[in-house]
Write a protein that binds this ligand. Sequence first.
Ligand code: DP6
Length: 345
Amino acid sequence: MLAVGVESPTNIALIKYWGKHPKYEHLLVPTKSSVSFTIAGLHAKTLLKVESGKGEIEFHLNGKKIKETQSEFDYVRNFFDNISRSYKFTKDYRYEISSQNDFPTASGFASSAAGFSALAVAFAKAMTKLGNLPHLNERQLSVLARLGSGSAARSVPSRGGLVIWHRGFDNACSETEASDFSYAETLYEPSYFSDLAVIYAKVESEQEKKTKSRAGMRESVRSVYDYWQWVDYEEKVLLPAILAAVREKNWGEMFRLTKQASNNFHAVCWRTDPPIIYLNDKSTEIMSTIQPLGYAAYTFDAGPNAVVFALRRNSEEVEERLKSIVGKENTYRTEVGGGPKDVEL
Ligand code: DP6
């Protein structure tokens, strides 16, 4: 038996991924490019054990065995089915996966990005050791992670920092090209963002059963009447504008555009039929508190918790404002961080 361990960070998107291209949905190729910050201090540790078998999977998440009927198991099974299309030897082994999310409770965070990025990197490492794969480069690793969960592609680059995930397709390309060109890479390392802090604000939610990203984005692509206009605007206008602001270290502009991108994304969710409403009253209170500040931005994913970026020199004040909304125990301050690391077993 061979065992490998990898620790991988989570990431939070400034320009969101929300939708798979209908032609390449099974390959998790997105409709548009997205951009994220890699986050320090929020990571998943994954231990992968591999031995001869017939593709069997045993999966433990945070110390609990996940049953084959649970949706988390489905995601993992899908990942192995997806990679076995390119790598036939995948089905010649049995896998035991133990993944631990080291997310501070105060962050209110749960994400598949860190977990799948760690699993993909661990899988590649194991298969290289077993002589089935050559050493994969970061681009290939991020394609592999994408086959588990789209946003995981952005947690793979080892330098972390600000990462772009290129959508990769054009209308004339083949399936293999669409997949190979849809990868993530670091644009700026964490040290470039030493002026910035990242603050998580956990919003207590009554709503237990929220719409999962995978199902939600499918509904948005299907039913939002101007979905492709939004995609076009983000790809051609908003994303280049955010990158220009980062290049100039014009943080005020980066914050303004980040808020706009988060709002546009949630507007798409609202206009989905039936509507998907991830934000609650506390989330909108955070929005109206942070919106007027030129030195901070909020962003929300598929849930009510906020992630706030702020100038480091204003970050204590911003955190205090957030505490007054979500409670003293419910914020967590961190910074932009690096990529995955090997874990000693
Ligand atoms: C709102 O990566 O979880 O966080 O590819 O179906 O696994 P799948 O979806 P997932 O979606 C993340 C959506 C988001 C925005 C983002 O991270 O860009």
